[in-house]
Write a protein that binds this ligand. Structure first.
Ligand SMILES: [Zn+2]
Length: 572
């Protein structure tokens, strides 16, 4: 038995996430966590909401709520939706937790002790009307290059020119619209990532089998241009982790907070500490996952994220850990994803374009979405969601192949043998051939799941379902029953057992349908089919089962058209 620590990139607090966000981290992380638990490993699966930063403050202002209250409410909303999608986190934490405050301050103190923090004075725009410093992107004005009047302080969206706020003509606050702005001097802390460049490079080079997407992004940031640059880790904001050096005040940094990118990944550790607190366990319970000198030396740590998060996870967060000089666990494998596009364009949270997680659950159960998203995961390139493809995939894979097999077998047995596993007869060559096929395919499926090859695993699982359907098609127990009822009984006994095996193998992808199949088979035996022959004999003759409700309803053309229309615009 291995110990596997799994983290999903933490979703930002300012709104409900769309399906592209879901398939880019949380959902494949859940698939892997579920699979590893089923194979008997000890798993710790952590996610959280990322709650600090200006966008959270602005979203709270827009909602007319204090930021703490807004974050608490949005955390509850995201947590409920995560449950709806059956995301099996051991803990869904909050980056605003007390644990993350103290760990973030702790790491900053260690980094400073080791010479990896530099204090730098810089000039920043202060809004007198708003009573705050404004980050570059919250200053608007006219572009000096093209004359566009809504250019941001960091870039003009119209001509794409990179800008400094002081370049803008007639600058104003994007928060209040005020033009009463001035440039003030303020001091900030920088993480000296450049000092850790060689160690990071060696560490990335020593990784075997990381996806090309992960290493190519990391290498680009390490070596392009001037190479890895130092980064500011503090901000002049109210909402965030107050800047402290460990538990001590940090002279000159009063009233400042850590920049959200610095505290967010530390929440993986803090989230595990939150888990321990919620379970009433002591610190040793979470530290054995994170400190290699306190039990984590045998932990395998896997992270899941979209490609936009790769630089932070391959460089910045490891720099924080390495620079601490302490034996905290570094990631062992990073599974990164490309983007999922929506019907000819992009999913967009800011524009409300696409299908959002709450909307998805309001029209169909989680398993439909889980299956489509995972079987079309944007692994090697961007992928696209279209309603036609979604309809076709759900109807063919889930309804015609898996659902139909379950329905045919249970209904036929009920009508000819009653609602018990039939006795009599014996398996013959056809059954032996099926067992050989299923054995080979199950081993291949395990290989893809171990390697986090999500699409290949889905394709293999589908082919395992198809093999059962083909067997039934050829064996045709409904015909055999007329001439050789004993043979039909043996075939149906196998097929009922096959439903249990399918429930077990399919659980990481479609947990609700899996539970329904096991319940219909009247068993709690969810043992993995290491030996397919034995697995197909678990339900003995005479064992009672029930014909389940329809597992998967087909999506009609009318539904597809209605949804296509409903989700063609932007959400209000
Ligand atoms: Zn411009």
């Amino acid at each position: 038995m291995a110990r596997i620590l799994i983290t999903s990139a933490i979703p930002y607090i300012n709104g409900i996430k769309h399906l592209g966000n879901l398939v880019g981290s949380q959902l494949p992380a859940d698939l892997y966590a579920r699979y590893m638990r089923q194979r008997g490993h000890e798993v710790m699966f952590i996610c959280a909401t990322d709650e600090h930063g200006t966008p959270a403050e602005l979203a709270a202002t827009k909602a007319g709520k204090p930021v703490e209250e807004f974050c608490a409410e949005m955390h509850a909303v995201q947590s409920e939706i995560a449950d709806g999608f059956r995301l099996s986190f051991d803990h869904f934490g909050r980056s605003s937790s007390a644990q993350n405050h103290s760990l973030t301050q702790y790491f900053a103190g260690k980094l400073a002790d080791n010479g990896f923090i530099q204090e730098i004075s810089e000039k920043q725009v202060y809004s007198n009307a708003d009573g705050r410093f404004l980050p570059d992107r919250y200053i608007e004005g006219t572009c000096p290059n093209c004359g566009y009047d809504k250019a941001r302080g960091d870039q003009c969206e119209n001509c794409t020119k990179q800008l400094d706020p002081t370049d803008l003509i007639d600058p104003r606050s994007a928060v209040s619209g005020s033009t009463d702005l001035e440039v003030r001097e303020t001091k900030h802390l920088y993480l000296r990532q450049s000092q850790l460049k060689d160690r990071l490079d060696d560490w990335i080079n020593s990784q075997e089998g990381w996806p090309v997407l992960t290493t190519s992004i990391a290498k680009k940031w390490l070596h392009d241009g001037d190479g890895l640059r130092d980064r500011g880790i503090t901000r002049d904001l109210n909402w965030g982790v107050p800047v402290k050096r460990g538990t001590d005040e940090w002279p000159g940094m009063e009233g400042k907070v850590f920049y959200v990118w610095f505290d967010a990944p530390i929440e993986y550790i803090a989230g595990t500490a939150e888990w321990a607190e919620a379970k009433g366990l002591d610190d040793a319970a979470w530290r054995r996952w994170w400190r290699t000198d306190e039990g984590a030396d045998d932990v395998r740590y896997v992270q899941f994220m979209g490609k936009d998060n790769v630089p932070f996870h391959t460089l910045s967060f490891p720099a924080t850990i390495m620079g601490s000089g302490e034996p905290w666990k570094l990631v062992d494998y990073i599974k990164s994803f490309n983007y999922l596009n929506y019907d000819g364009g992009q999913f967009s949270t800011s524009q409300g374009r696409g299908v959002f997680m709450d909307q998805a659950l309001s029209i169909l159960p989680a398993d439909y979405w889980r299956w489509w998203l995972l079987s079309h995961a944007p692994e090697n390139s961007d992928a696209e969601f279209t309603w036609e493809n979604f309809q076709s995939s759900v109807n063919k894979d889930l309804a015609d192949v898996l659902g139909n097999l379950v329905s045919r077998v249970t209904k036929f047995c009920r009508s000819k043998f009653g609602e018990v596993v039939p006795e009599g007869g014996a398996w013959a060559e056809r059954e032996a051939a099926l067992i050989a096929t299923l054995t080979a395919k199950t081993r291949a499926y395990e290989g893809f799941m171990d390697a986090m090859e999500v699409r290949k695993a889905a394709a293999e699982l589908r082919s395992i379902w198809v093999a059962g359907n083909e067997y039934l098609q050829e064996a045709a127990p409904w015909s055999a029953f007329k001439t050789d009822p004993e043979l039909a009984a043996a075939q149906i006994r196998l097929a009922l057992n096959l439903i249990r095996v399918y429930a077990v193998l399919s659980r990481p992808f479609i947990p609700d349908a899996s539970a329904a199949m096991l319940a219909a088979m009247g068993t709690e035996d969810d043992s993995w089919p290491d030996d397919m022959t034995a697995a197909l004999s678990v339900l003995p003759a005479g064992h009672a089962f029930a014909v389940p409700e329809v597992l998967f309803a087909k999506i009609t053309d009318e539904q597809r058209e209605e949804w296509q229309e409903r989700f063609s615009g932007t959400r209000d």
